[in-house]
Design a binder for this molecule. Structure first.
Ligand code: FAD
Ligand code: FES
Ligand code: FES
Length: 483
């Protein structure tokens, strides 16, 4: 049909009932919930994952179908098509004014809301926390709420409300939870596609969700021109580009349906993280905690819990952002990226992957399928300087891994983000201490070498001089840990 656009037929559970919708490829879950379903309790604030006002709970079977788990997501960053086969709970699904949910009641009793704009988001984040953990610590409550901003109430009363929920934790899950979870166990995951008239001025976009790597590669070869499609994994960069920069692509290629890519597994040398493993999967996995404490520390400081619940490690590396935190970890840990095309696989060390400002070693139609990390076996350190403790990208972030032979430095890698066009290894700083006894003079030499080998820019996150000073100071702090 001329002037037609594709629509994607999805079915999911929304609060207590099963619903169906025809969504467009570029539509977000937030637009669907507020527009088609009239659930305006889910608020639209920034539309780029920063404020948390649009937070909803998305439930699905996790861990190979072992556990039904609700996770908090910023619905402004979730493609609506991704809701297929999930259970979405919004603020309306928890309680109504005549019959408040215990978390809503706690907010009221603790005076934890004023204008109320942020409140649904806070409550949905706490719902996901308490649904799994009936007795969280203050630190865990803080982590659950790090992606929710409030401009007028003040966080102390919100923390008070959150802490008071522990006493009623048994009443957190709504009565419809169990039947919905059972219904989703055998849900038909296939999407249906149709066409609708293209609104005036709109550009057509097709959504693809290949179910195998072979089908993905065939599709990409068929589309041909790399400029015509965009791969989407977690979507936390792609959807921001669409919402804020208004970028449009003829084809959106969703790789979330390809099995096997979410796996985190042990290897002969360490740990392999699949391309679809989310940042949360990385922080929660026991192999990462046991064998890659640096990676865990870096990823835990990225974004907010809501964003980590969607975003992937591979997606962070693929963007080649000069301030991508995961790149710093990959460089310091000497990770290897597994890249695949229709023709086969190749392995590229992280040190050769970043080619220039937002340019990588990835060729046309090539996918990162996994990132392989050797197990850590020595001291390490990570420093992130940013304006805020959470939900803030780095002014400068640096990571170090080292091996000591007595008091001499037998091996060392220091990686730095935020101070050059790409994340870089500070080779000069490492050379200044390699094979030497660590002493204040050697540390000073390394710090000066580090400041000399970076080329930071001036921007809102810091001037060139400030960033150089940060790099220098980070290196002093890293190396002082080895004394
Ligand atoms: C509020 C907010 C805060 C953030 N804070 C931080 C932060 O503190 N530190 C930080 O480093 N980042 C931060 N980010 C950035 C973001 O979360 C990461 O870059 C994320 O890890 C990207 O992964 P994704 O799966 O969402 O990628 P997507 O958005 O799906 O994709 C990003 C790009 O990578 C490509 N891509 C994805 N997967 C693959 C693959 N397997 N192979 C090849 N190409 C691929 C896509 O085509 C696209 O071009 C933040 C983002 C938001 C919205
Ligand atoms: S509207 Fe701000 S995070 Fe979604
Ligand atoms: S209550 Fe007004 S923004 Fe939080």
């Amino acid at each position: 049909m001329a002037n037609a656009m594709q629509t994607v037929g999805i079915a999911f559970f929304l609060n207590g009932r099963e619903v169906a919708a025809n969504v467009t490829p570029g539509q977000t879950a937030l637009q669907l919930l507020r527009g088609q379903f009239g659930l305006t309790g889910t608020k639209e604030g920034c539309n780029e994952g920063d404020c948390g006002a649009c937070t909803v709970a998305i439930g699905r079977w996790d861990g190979g179908g072992r556990e039904f788990r609700y996770r908090a997501h910023t619905s402004c960053l979730v493609p609506a098509a991704r809701l297929h086969g999930t259970h979405v709970i919004t603020i309306e699904g928890l309680g109504i004014p005549e019959n408040l949910h215990p978390i809503q009641r706690a907010f009221l009793d603790s005076h934890a809301t004023q204008c109320g704009f942020c409140t649904p988001g806070f409550i949905m984040s706490l719902f996901c926390l308490y649904a799994r953990n009936p007795d969280p610590s203050r630190a865990q409550i803080g982590e659950a709420l790090e992606g929710n901003l409030c401009r007028c109430t003040g966080y102390e009363s919100i923390f008070r409300a959150a802490a008071s929920i522990a006493g009623v934790a048994g009443q957190i899950l709504p009565p419809y939870h169990e039947p919905v979870a059972q219904a989703l166990a055998g849900f038909d995951r296939r999407l249906s596609f149709a066409e609708a008239p293209l609104p005036q001025g709109a550009e057509p976009m097709d959504y693809h969700r290949p179910e195998t790597l072979e089908r993905l590669f065939d599709l990409l070869w068929r589309i041909g021109d790399c400029e015509r499609y965009r791969i989407i994994a977690g979507g936390t960069d792609v959807v921001v580009d669409a919402n804020v920069k208004r970028l449009r692509f003829r084809h959106l290629v969703d790789i979330a349906g390809i099995p096997g890519l979410s796996e985190i597994r042990g290897t002969d040398r360490g740990v392999s993280v699949g391309a679809l493993a989310t940042l949360t999967d990385v922080t929660e996995h026991r192999l990462v905690s046991a064998k890659l404490p640096l990676l865990r520390a870096v990823v835990s400081r990225m974004a907010s819990l809501q964003v980590r619940n969607s975003g992937t490690l591979a997606g962070n590396l693929a963007t080649a952002s000069p301030i991508g935190d995961a790149a710093t970890a990959a460089l310091a840990l000497d990770a290897t990226l597994v890249l695949a095309t229709k023709m086969g696989e190749r392995r590229v060390p992280a040190g050769s992957f970043f080619k220039g400002y937002r340019r990588t070693e990835l060729c046309a139609h090539e996918l990162i399928t996994a990132i392989e990390f050797p197990e850590q076996d020595g001291p390490w350190d990570f420093r992130k300087s940013a304006k805020r403790g959470a939900v803030d990208i780095s002014s400068v972030c640096t990571a170090m891994t080292a091996r000591l032979d007595g008091s001499k430095v037998a091996a060392i890698r220091i990686a730095c983000g935020g101070a050059a066009a790409t994340p870089v290894l500070l080779a000069g700083a490492a050379a200044a201490v390699l094979g030497r006894e660590l002493a204040p003079a050697a540390i000073e030499q390394a710090a000066q070498a580090a400041a000399a080998e970076v080329a930071p820019i001036d921007d809102v996150r810091g001037s060139r001089q400030f960033r150089s000073a940060l790099v220098r100071n980070h290196v002093v702090e890293h190396l002082s840990k080895l004394l």
